[in-house]
Design a protein around this ligand. Structure first.
Ligand code: WT7
Length: 623
């Protein structure tokens, strides 16, 4: 604790000095002399944050060359396919060579520094290779989660106006092949900017279309060295989409210098990384956890990490325990929804396995409730592992709040204390005074610098509610010195750790001809954390049929992907609305959380149609 208190004070009292010192762990081509400059008050001009503005680097040198030189034979990636004998390892030397070959392939295809490349790929080593190759040539990667639908992919491709897409013939999931190329082709049909598609693992028998390139043919025999293209610290490294409170997904832009430093240092400290560690983060590369703690953090720290293409329950719910035993995993990072799923499957699935290699168990994505915390601690960690629940967001680039191993004692149900350089504060929310907004009062290197193509939305979303601060969108309170996250205070749902906006789901539901209007809120769900509760008003003369839920879910699947599925459907006569016609989701949220008397709902005087409330409550109670 003494170390933490001392270092924390240094880090927040003089952040520029602190982070410049820390940045010596990064391989710069030109060492920065400038720390941070920023403006977080819209009254004083454009909102911006800059770190290390005069620094220059290529982040792949920190992730690859450095280790290929120092520890060339150390395993960087250990890929485990869904079949247990399907394994492939890359040492740091081999990984660097593969990335260089891929960098040649991309430049041969005409890709230049600063171009945006979209990736729609499964959890295979080539996804990491292609991502790093983009960084090597100074192109900006945008990885789109491979579980999204063709429609969702097209929306993102059109926002990016990317010219190149890298995809795979298929992904493997639950023993089935998911045809990614089919989705990519459908998406491309409505994304005119895409002129080239690179396809990996394509079956030689079937033909590729004219603007499609076979990865294996193109990459074959290319040189295994490639000079890294030097970038400015503030140049974009990647764009990653996430959901906000509107229906339109937003592409958060992360930079080379600040991001890599923050991902690297948080990874090292949160997991107390040691040379002999075997580290496993189960997150998909399509999300920020996969970026920061699957790819960039571990590689920058020269770590051996596992990449698993599969799910926790296939062929049986012992898959994760089997992998931990097989590779003697020491540090493990997963999500509460996985912990709940495996806890529900039962301890009989993990009893046969030797999990004694484990030292630190991490969690991220949604609140880790005390029951799941206890299960994780007792059954997986055998009461001897440090549990680290980490709070952060796509926007923050890396962990913001956690109980650092060796420094803090974990308190179940809380996300601990601020990481170095992070200065949180709790501010009364503007609308509902019973909630306090979790805000951050000064910049840290990992913060996303803008929303791609929409800097105004960036300024508005994060920097207007409380001037001069970053507003996270989460509510929180303090329990002793530890933060407790109460969840999103905007119209964003967190379903199994996936962030989806109410508006996105509502837009998909009303595509169904029977549905005139829809309002969506999160309702507690035993495995998913939050399930999707949809209040639907039917079109005139339409009646509810037994098939309605399935049909609505087909709309969701095609607009968003299989991660979006209505769990609770309520057909109602009308939705609670303000006089200006805005749906009051706040009231619906309270009702599905169990408030069934009108007084408990708070102020409903601004409603245009207060009579609708008792009808809705009846529907919830009596079905
Ligand atoms: C939202 C961010 C950060 C990587 C994965 C999700 C929720 C995240 C926790 C936690 C309670 C959490 C918040 C946050 N969240 N971690 N440890 N405890 N809630 O990234 O998709 O950007 O979602 O996830 O609501 O705002 P994301």
């Amino acid at each position: 604790m003494k170390n933490y208190a001392h270092e924390y004070a240094l880090s927040v009292n003089n952040p520029s000095k602190y982070w410049l010192e820390q940045s010596s762990n990064i391989a710069w081509s030109k060492t920065p002399t400038r720390g941070c400059s920023y403006n977080w008050e819209s009254t004083k001009g454009t909102i911006f944050t800059e770190w290390f503005a005069d620094g220059e680097l290529n982040i792949t040198v920190s992730c690859l060359d450095k280790h290929a030189q120092n520890t060339p034979e150390k395993v960087a990636l250990l890929w485990q396919g869904e079949q247990s004998d399907n394994v492939h390892t890359y040492t740091y030397k081999q990984l660097l060579e593969a990335v260089c070959q891929c960098a040649h392939m991309l430049t041969n295809l005409g890709i230049k520094t600063g171009d945006i490349i979209a990736l729609f790929m499964p959890m295979i080593p080539e996804t990491y290779i292609a991502t790093l190759a983009c960084a090597r040539i100074g192109a900006v990667h945008s990885i789109i989660f491979s579980g999204l639908s063709a429609h969702a992919l097209a929306t993102r491709l059109n926002d990016l106006k990317a010219q190149t897409l890298i995809t795979a013939a298929s992904a493997v999931r639950n023993g089935k092949n998911i045809p990614l190329l089919d989705s990519a082709r459908q998406a491309r049909a409505c994304s005119p900017s895409i002129t080239k598609t690179v396809v990996i693992n394509h079956d030689e028998q079937s033909s590729l279309e004219s603007d499609e390139y076979n990865w294996h043919t193109e990459i074959n025999n290319l040189p295994k060295t490639f000079e890294p293209v030097i970038r400015h610290a503030e140049d974009a490294l990647f764009i990653l989409y996430t959901s906000g409170s509107t229906g339109k997904p937003k592409g958060l832009v992360h930079t080379c210098g600040g991001y890599i430093l923050y991902a690297s240092m948080t990874h090292k400290q949160v997991f107390d990384i040691q040379p002999e560690d075997v580290y496993w983060c189960t997150a998909d590369i399509g999300w920020i956890t996969g970026h920061s703690y699957g790819l960039y953090g571990p590689l920058s720290n020269g770590c051996t990490s596992i990449l698993f293409e599969g799910v926790p329950t296939y062929p049986q719910p012992d898959r994760y325990w089997q992998i931990i035993q097989k590779y003697r995993v020491t540090k493990f990072y997963t999500a509460p929804t996985v912990i709940r799923l495996l806890a529900q499957a039962g301890t009989k699935w993990l009893e046969p396995y030797d999990l004694s290699s484990l030292k630190i168990l991490g969690s991220v994505g949604e609140p880790l409730d005390p029951t799941s915390w206890q299960w994780y601690h007792t059954h997986v960690g055998k009461n001897r592992c440090h549990i680290v629940d980490t709070w952060w967001q796509t926007e923050t680039g890396g962990v913001m709040l956690c109980a650092l191993p060796g420094e803090h004692k974990t308190q179940a149900g809380t996300v601990g204390q601020p990481f170095y350089g992070i200065k949180p504060t709790l501010v009364s929310a503007t609308e509902d005074r019973s909630i306090t907004d979790l805000c951050i009062t000064q910049p840290w290197p990992g913060i996303a610098r803008t929303i791609f193509n929409d800097h105004d939305a960036y300024a508005k979303t994060y920097f207007t509610a409380h001037s001069g601060m970053y507003t996270s969108g989460d509510g929180a309170f303090l329990d002793h010195d530890n933060y407790v996250i109460t969840g999103r205070i905007d119209d964003v749902l967190n379903v199994s750790g996936h962030r989806i906006s109410s508006a996105e789901i509502e837009g998909a539901i009303v595509k169904h001809p029977t549905c005139a209007e829809a309002a969506v809120v999160g309702q507690p769900h035993p495995i998913k954390g939050e399930g999707i509760a949809a209040f639907v008003v039917l079109s005139a003369d339409c009646i509810e049929t037994a098939k309605l839920l399935d049909e609505i879910n087909l709309c969701l699947r095609s607009c968003i992907g299989p991660i979006a599925k209505v769990d609770f459907l309520y057909v109602v006569e009308g939705l609670p609305k303000t006089r200006s016609g805005k749906v009051m989701r706040r009231i619906l949220r309270k009702i599905v959380h169990g408030t069934t008397d009108i007084v408990g709902l708070g102020d409903i005087s601004t409603l245009l149609n207060p009579e609708i409330i008792s009808e809705i409550i009846n529907k919830i109670i009596h079905g």
